[in-house]
Design a protein around this ligand. Structure first.
Ligand SMILES: CC(C)(COP(=O)(O)OP(=O)(O)OC[C@H]1O[C@@H](n2cnc3c(N)ncnc32)[C@H](O)[C@@H]1OP(=O)(O)O)[C@@H](O)C(=O)NCCC(=O)NCCS
Length: 178
């Protein structure tokens, strides 16, 4: 994708009709808050994501957001509630392999009380529309087999299980799971 076109998309929010959420480019100064930091340091929230392996500081998160905002092959969005413009989680499209027209996605909602409200399903739906627009043909997401919420949100969006990688991940120091 050409720089000019990429920059155009980098500035845009992704709006969703008939939805309580929208996806917004994160502002490292305004959106990286203590609340955001607490999500990433909450072991219950991060038990199925790679963030669980480190302690997060405001400085690190700002650096991460700036890096992703400048990245050629990643699009990071905050998931925001339309009501009161509240940041509740993130979704990322990327890394994108432009030559193969394929990409990864990852996502989280920062608080347990906001889970199972269809927010990630909606965010994925919007990301799929965006990915199609920028000519990505294939989207992949690897998840812990016990992460039923993630599995369900992907299935609802038409994802198909292509394989199970055995002994791939460690969960709660107990051993390897798929
Ligand atoms: C997994 C996660 C992303 C799901 O997001 P969400 O916004 O709660 O998902 P949705 O509300 O869109 O849920 C989709 C479906 O899964 C169900 N679901 C959600 N969490 C579930 C759980 N823990 N167990 C079983 N089903 C669950 C929902 O009820 C919904 O079912 P429905 O379609 O029958 O209504 C969210 O729980 C989360 O952020 N977890 C922490 C980080 C994480 O695991 N990220 C994903 C890494 S792969």
């Amino acid at each position: 994708m050409k720089k000019k076109e990429r920059n155009k998309y980098k500035k845009k929010n992704l709006l969703l009709t008939n939805s309580e959420i929208f996806l917004k480019k994160l502002n490292p100064e305004k959106d990286v808050t203590n609340k955001y930091k607490s999500w990433l340091n909450d072991k219950k929230i991060t038990q199925y994501i790679e963030q669980k392996f480190k302690k997060h500081s405001i400085k690190d998160i700002k650096k991460f957001v700036i890096k992703k905002n400048n990245s050629k092959d990643e699009f990071l969005f905050g998931i925001f509630l339309k009501v009161k413009n509240i940041h509740i989680g993130n979704i990322k499209l990327g890394p994108i392999k432009w030559n193969h027209k394929s990409a990864e996605i990852s996502y989280f909602i920062g608080e347990n009380k906001l889970h199972s409200k269809n927010y990630v399903s909606e965010a994925i739906r919007k990301i799929l529309i965006f990915a199609k627009k920028i000519k990505i043909k294939k989207i992949n997401e690897g998840f812990y087999s016990i992460n039923k919420g993630s599995e369900r949100a992907l299935k609802k969006n038409g994802f198909k299980l292509e394989g199970i990688l055995k002994s791939q991940l460690i969960h709660k120091k107990k051993g390897l799971i798929q």
